[in-house]
Design a protein around this ligand. Structure first.
Ligand code: NAP
Length: 285
């Protein structure tokens, strides 16, 4: 990463932040296009978030990514947020337009782009079962509903959280079929039998763990998408693969949410293959 007198900064704020793969991905992209930009991680404690966000204006940063635990709290510190960010209740990308900070959520369409890459080409005809009801699930649901998915079923360990998400989504997506199911092995058999896409948005799988699911009941040819990307093949993906299902992990979602951010900050087409290789190397080599 070269710095000149004219280098502009894109930041990422999180706490902790050292694990983030975004700096490697974005700096590879900036360098490929010969842009005088640098992507720099900052560990920002929750109590310092307001000062850090004001710093984006004060130091004329080009923009920022926002990660855990600041995605919700940052909203009230911005000048404007996109409709997706409002619906999801979280911002992960900020653009600094001459001191006005605009917040968006690129997880949502990053997820959809990754899902389509994995073979989900006809969402309007697809029934999707979502495991989880946290921030990642919200982004996935909004993306799927925007794409007019045929049916959406939300399954969460804490069922009340899934019901709240369902109520919230129904306020905007009035015509879509959205239901909630308990995380119950027997009850899920019926749901799985005509499910086209199963998406894990929970953190389960990161530690080699798995949720007990009736995968044998899953419709033949169903796609199983796991937002977890480390390990590259979770137990869920291994089991699904054994049963003959198409599978995909969450690395491309991370890539595409970054691609949308990159294009927002630079107004240039992102060098996707370079960014993808950098991300892959940083994650797995
Ligand atoms: P979150 O808001 O904390 O939500 C966590 C979800 O996981 C909740 O629905 C929670 O259920 C569920 N859960 C946790 N432990 C569980 C268990 N033992 N059994 C069943 N359910 C369990 O987190 P998040 O922000 O949504 O992130 C979730 C995962 O998505 C993380 O692994 C994150 O790294 C990943 N992610 C990936 C990308 C990507 O680009 N690939 C982007 C965003 C997030 P309860 O409500 O019952 O607690």
């Amino acid at each position: 990463m070269k710095c000149s007198g004219g280098t502009q900064i894109v930041a990422i704020f999180g706490c902790p932040i050292t694990h983030s793969l975004s700096p490697v991905m974005h700096n590879a992209g900036f360098s490929e296009l010969g842009l005088d930009l640098a992507f720099v991680p900052f560990e920002v404690r929750p109590a310092d978030l307001k000062d850090a966000v004001n710093g984006l204006r004060a130091m004329n940063f080009k923009g920022a990514n926002i990660t855990v635990p600041h995605k919700e709290e940052v909203i009230e510190l911005l000048d404007e947020i996109s409709e997706d960010a409002f619906l999801i209740g979280a911002v992960n990308t900020i653009e600094n337009r001459a001191g006005r900070l605009l917040g968006t959520n690129t997880d949502c369409m990053g997820f959809i782009r990754a899902l389509k890459d994995a073979g989900a080409d006809d969402l309007k005809k697809s029934k999707v079962v979502i495991l989880g009801a946290g921030g990642a699930a919200k982004a996935a649901c909004v993306g799927l509903l925007r794409e007019k998915v045929k049916e959406l079923v939300i399954v969460n360990r804490t069922q009340r959280k899934a019901e709240l998400l369902q109520e919230n989504l129904k306020g905007t997506f009035k015509k879509n079929k959205i239901s909630v199911m308990p995380l119950d092995f027997e009850a899920l058999k019926g749901e799985f039998s005509d499910c086209d896409i199963l998406v894990n948005t929970t953190s389960v799988g990161m530690k080699g763990d798995s949720i007990k699911l009736p995968l044998e009941s899953l419709k033949a040819g169903a796609l199983v998408y796991d937002m977890v990307y480390n390990p590259p093949k979770t137990k869920l993906l291994k089991q699904a693969e054994k049963l003959g299902h198409k599978t995909e992990n969450g690395l491309n979602m991370l890539l595409y949410q970054g691609v949308i951010g990159f294009e927002t900050w630079t107004k240039k087409e992102a060098p996707i293959s370079v960014m993808k290789q950098a991300l892959f190397d940083a994650a797995y080599k």
